[in-house]
Design a binder for this molecule. Structure first.
Ligand SMILES: NC(=O)c1ccc[n+]([C@@H]2O[C@H](COP(=O)([O-])OP(=O)(O)OC[C@H]3O[C@@H](n4cnc5c(N)ncnc54)[C@H](OP(=O)(O)O)[C@@H]3O)[C@@H](O)[C@H]2O)c1
Length: 309
């Protein structure tokens, strides 16, 4: 046996990019694909033969990435901070095998979406809720939602609890970190409830959550505070992984036959911040069934979107 074979991570039981199954003939829609983890995920998929659709609010940036990713890549204009843009994108998108809800606003200052939602919850959760609700009958295989371990801070001492029915923060004082954490908890609760509903209708589509660990992207550069930028860059240098490695947990959730419906995957080392894909242990993840249904009902009310499941 050649030496390279005897040391492959597959033999060590770990999952790397070479394990992505052949994606020829499959179509993958990735939101927020014009940079960071989205572009890295798109590159992995294109390499495996997929037709990739880059959902981008700045289509010109998407075209730049598309030309790098290669032929068979299209750009879909999509601004998740505007439910009108989400509806147009959902309508113009054809059938897809998998949709990856990856775009995210991270640690940004106060701002409202076109529909009056605080931008973290508005983009990260409600925009994706509306997109997937309008696309679901065109999805053949999976819905993957990208969340973060930051969700575990919700409700802990010194951090705010998620209040689904207050997407404009009318009843609380705004805090950017809390807003990010709560939007990421909403992402995970969404996957749980969507899978529950898919199961109830006997659908073959599966919903899976993934978190990329700490990836060296622009995610932490939106606080508009120099101290935030310095902290982010230093942390990326110390513990961050390249986006191409952070993307692996997302790829696992999106392609592995072993990814469990309703499962949650992330890196296996350094408290889920580095490493290769593994199933996330529940840890301190808030998992109140009442909060899950409340979050879904609130998203329906605020977006006006009802799912077919
Ligand atoms: N990096 C990490 O360590 C880390 C850790 C945990 C979770 N995550 C999650 O990973 C995902 C990707 O983050 P990243 O690290 O790649 O950050 P990033 O480099 O800041 O990329 C974020 C992407 O989201 C897009 N986006 C933002 N607002 C949008 C909107 N209104 N409509 C459409 N697209 C929008 C951005 O587009 P523009 O370029 O136009 O702004 C960009 O393409 C996020 O969901 C984040 O929460 C990242």
């Amino acid at each position: 046996m050649p030496l390279t074979q005897s040391v492959t991570p597959e033999i060590a039981g770990r999952w790397v990019a070479e394990h992505v199954p052949d994606q020829t003939g499959r179509t993958i829609l990735i939101t927020g694909a014009n940079g960071g983890l989205g572009a890295a995920t798109a590159e992995h998929f294109a390499r495996a033969g997929a037709h990739v659709i880059l959902g981008c609010r700045r289509p010109e940036e998407g075209e730049r990435v598309a030309s790098r990713v290669g032929t068979g890549t299209d750009v879909l204009p999509l601004d998740l901070a505007d439910l009108g843009s989400v509806a147009t994108a959902a309508k113009s998108c054809g059938p897809v095998d998998t949709v990856i809800a990856l775009a995210g606003v991270c640690y940004a200052p106060w701002g409202l979406t076109a529909d009056g939602f605080e931008q973290h919850i508005g983009v990260n959760h409600l925009g994706h809720f509306a997109l997937i609700g309008q696309l679901l009958n065109k999805v053949r295989d999976r819905v993957v939602v990208v969340t973060s371990r930051a969700l575990e801070f919700c409700g802990r001492a010194g951090f705010g609890a998620y209040v689904p029915d207050d997407p404009a923060w009318c009843t609380r004082n705004f805090n950017a970190f809390d807003a990010y954490c709560q939007s990421k908890l909403a992402n995970l609760l969404f996957v749980t409830e969507l899978q529950h509903r898919l199961d109830a209708t006997g659908s073959k589509v599966r919903a899976v959550a993934a978190q990329p660990g700490w990836a060296d992207t622009e995610a932490g550069m939106h606080s508009e505070r120099w101290v935030g930028d310095v902290f982010w860059r230093a942390s990326c240098r110390l513990i961050g992984q390249p986006p191409s490695v952070g993307a692996l947990s997302i790829l696992y959730a999106a392609t592995s036959p072993s990814a469990r419906p309703g499962g949650y995957y992330g890196p296996d080392r350094l408290f889920g911040m580095r490493g290769l894909p593994a199933e996330m242990k529940p840890g301190r993840t808030p998992s109140d069934p009442g909060l899950t249904t409340e979050s879904w009902a609130s998203a329906e009310r605020h977006t006006g979107i009802r799912f077919d499941v």
